[in-house]
Design a protein around this ligand. Structure first.
Ligand code: NDP
Length: 285
């Protein structure tokens, strides 16, 4: 007997402005291919004025969901039917998931980070120092708090961005959050267990960018994680590794966002090594 033929693929994709620079399509499609999924990820350049039309199009065409990247992470919310817990707290969505006939907004930035951290340490009850208070820091701070971190010290250059993040974590979660305005060399407190760079320092082409911290306060036993994926071996990662810390690069966060998105859209647990290999090819790492 001949199997029933099917020429209709599962559709996902991404809406952003600056889509040509976003490698996610290559990474996600490498996983689709590896797992034999008849699914496509369509990377779309969408200007802010047409975001609503793009979401309507995805609904009309039966997409199972989509990523959205800059500058749509906040604006997309009004076009969705609901929000997951952490996306609701952050007020930002980078992954929409079709559940029944609804598109629900999730945020996989922080979840991708958390998944990579959990491979090394569970943040429950831990004391965290996090540099930065932008979009990535907001996502990571909220997920760490929901995962039960005891304390998060947000170290940020501007009070204007640092204070609202600390206020958000304190008001919406059980985690104690404190702000340190980063206006001098910061010594990482002795009792810190997890250190996170969630700033853009070190991102290509600023490859020798240095966080203004007292490097000799990084100690063996601390876990040091960097969000920067390009290059993966940032100066912070190299110096922390040399001082005996356990290090986590930004590639894991990026790959795990793909893994989580694919799980949401197709139910498949994608193999992260296939995606890491593809990213390494792209970044020449
Ligand atoms: P934002 O622009 O929202 O925030 C940038 C943050 O970095 C702010 O807190 C800013 O401080 C701080 N910062 C920038 N330059 C300096 C400096 N010279 N000294 C001190 N602080 C500085 O960016 P995002 O949060 O969206 O992204 C941050 C980084 O995270 C990006 O480089 C991106 O590559 C990376 N990222 C990685 C992901 C991954 O999957 N690996 C996913 C998402 C992001 P201030 O408030 O004072 O301006």
């Amino acid at each position: 007997m001949t199997a029933k033929l099917n020429f209709l693929s599962t559709l996902t994709g991404c809406f952003s402005a600056g889509a040509a620079e976003n490698p996610t399509v290559a990474v996600v499609e490498a996983a689709f291919k590896h797992h034999g999924l008849d699914a496509r990820y369509i990377n779309c350049e969408v200007p802010p004025s047409l975001l609503g039309d793009a979401v309507k199009g995805a609904r009309a065409m039966g997409w199972v969901g989509f990523n959205c990247s800059l500058p749509h992470k906040v604006a997309v919310i009004e076009h969705l039917d609901g929000l997951g817990e952490s996306a609701g707290i952050m007020g930002a969505v980078n992954c929409a998931v079709r559940r029944g006939d609804k598109f629900i907004g999730e945020n996989t930035d922080g979840k991708g980070f958390l998944k990579s951290l959990m491979e090394v340490v569970d943040p429950r009850g831990k004391r965290v120092v996090m540099f930065g208070a932008g979009g990535a820091a907001r996502a990571i701070g909220v997920e760490l708090a929901l995962a039960g971190a005891a304390e998060i010290t947000v170290v940020n250059r501007s009070r204007a961005r640092g204070a609202p993040l600390v206020e958000l974590i304190s008001r919406r979660t059980a985690t104690k959050a404190t702000l340190v305005v980063w206006d001098r060399t910061y010594p990482v407190p002795d009792r810190t267990e997890i250190v996170v760079n969630a700033t853009s320092i070190g991102l290509f082409p600023d490859v020798d960018g240095r966080l203004d911290i007292a490097t000799d306060t990084l100690r063996p036993g601390m876990v040091v994680a960097d969000v920067i994926a390009n290059p993966p071996r940032t100066l912070l990662i190299r110096e922390a590794a040399a001082r005996g810390c356990t290090v986590i690069d930004g590639l894991g966060m990026l790959i795990n966002q793909g893994v989580i998105g694919i799980k949401y859209w197709t139910g498949i647990d994608a193999d992260p090594s296939v995606m890491r290999k593809k990213l390494a090819e792209i970044f020449g790492a």
